[in-house]
Design a binder for this molecule. Structure first.
Ligand SMILES: Nc1nc2c(ncn2[C@@H]2O[C@H](COP(=O)(O)OP(=O)(O)OP(=O)(O)O)[C@@H](O)[C@H]2O)c(=O)[nH]1
Length: 310
């Protein structure tokens, strides 16, 4: 069965850098201009918080519990094909895991099965500027992955810019240009910018990735990035939870999920944690209290024992 040629956008960028924040805006823009789009979400953990943040009418497939750039590569093109056949979208947005190497995801998309269906396949990377500033504190493997995500992109969104002093920004951006001098760059907060710029820029940009070599840096094989989830069967103390977060290892890169606290036991809270910053927002749907923790070499048993005491 043949379907209309589809544009594929791979949203790349380290854990918590702003991919979902960008995606929700792109979907709103696509709706405004009347295009049919679909989303493929990949999560290292076993629950997908991000997909619940998308408009409910978006055709969506989820690949959980692994990274499409390494352990579940083969499933990707089947899912893409099935989205094309079921929904004939103009574009598919793939939100890769924050630990994915963009070229590996690109390779996983362009298979013999999918090749004929693809009109264009572009990589868009969000970069967490404060994390980039402090990258010397990261493991060599994570640092290298972040550099590769900058190197192999068609469009770079330098995000969380206001969280870095203005005096430091110029130097940091110069480092980025040194790594990738061809991709257009946008410096912003909450991935906000004039979205048509992205489509204009990637549309004319010459893709380079086919000819360059890259350093493989897969989540499971080299990075040792792992996820575990924890579920509470009753509300917990908010202050104790926040105090506990402050004691967690620097290699806890990301956490997200749903919680209920003693002071408002009926209210489910959406919890997001990226680069030391917790955020809580009221969630209308009463999801179970489960949080996914993502990091490198995390002492899972020890952390779970601490969570059980909250
Ligand atoms: N301070 C600040 N926070 C931001 C900005 N952009 C996004 N965030 C917050 O950072 C957190 C992570 O953002 P997401 O968009 O979920 O990041 P992500 O890359 O999709 O995360 P993963 O899918 O887990 O890798 C959320 O709490 C966002 O609200 C920004 O520019 N500044």
């Amino acid at each position: 069965m043949t379907t209309k040629p589809v544009e594929i956008y791979i949203l790349s960028g380290f854990l918590g850098s702003g991919k979902t924040t960008l995606l929700t805006q792109l979907l709103a823009w696509e709706k405004e201009r009347g295009r049919q789009v679909a989303v493929l979400m990949n999560e290292i953990g076993n629950i997908s918080v991000d997909s619940r943040l998308l408009p409910p009418d978006t055709p969506l497939k989820e690949l959980l519990n692994g990274c499409i750039c390494c352990t579940i590569q083969a499933q990707l093109s089947h899912q893409l094909l099935s989205l094309c056949q079921q929904h004939t979208p103009d574009a598919i947005y793939i939100e890769a895991t924050g630990a994915a190497h963009p070229i590996e995801v690109l390779d996983a998309c362009i298979t013999p099965l999918m090749a004929k269906q693809i009109k264009t396949c572009k990589i868009v990377t969000t970069l967490d500027l404060p994390r980039w500033r402090d990258r010397d504190r990261l493991s060599v493997r994570v640092r290298r992955l972040m550099e590769e995500q900058v190197r192999f992109t068609d469009f770079l969104i330098i995000n969380k810019a206001s969280d870095v002093a203005e005096s430091e920004r110029e130097r940091l951006i110069a480092d980025l240009v040194h790594i990738n001098s061809t991709a257009p760059q946008i410096v912003t907060d909450f991935a906000r910018f004039d979205l048509p710029l992205l489509y204009d820029a990637v549309g004319t940009h010459t893709s380079f990735y086919r000819t360059e070599t890259h350093q493989p840096a897969h989540a499971a094989e080299h990075l040792r990035v792992r996820a575990f989830s924890y579920t509470w069967d009753k509300p917990i103390d908010r202050n104790m939870f926040e105090a506990w977060l402050r004691t967690t290892p620097d290699t806890l890169y990301r956490a997200k999920g749903y919680l209920r606290f003693h002071d408002q036991p009926q209210q489910t809270m959406l919890f997001q944690y990226a680069y030391g910053m917790p955020m809580f927002t009221e969630e209308p749907f009463p999801y179970p209290s489960t949080v996914v923790f993502i990091g490198e070499d995390l002492p899972e048993a020890e952390l779970k024992a601490q969570l059980a005491k909250l």
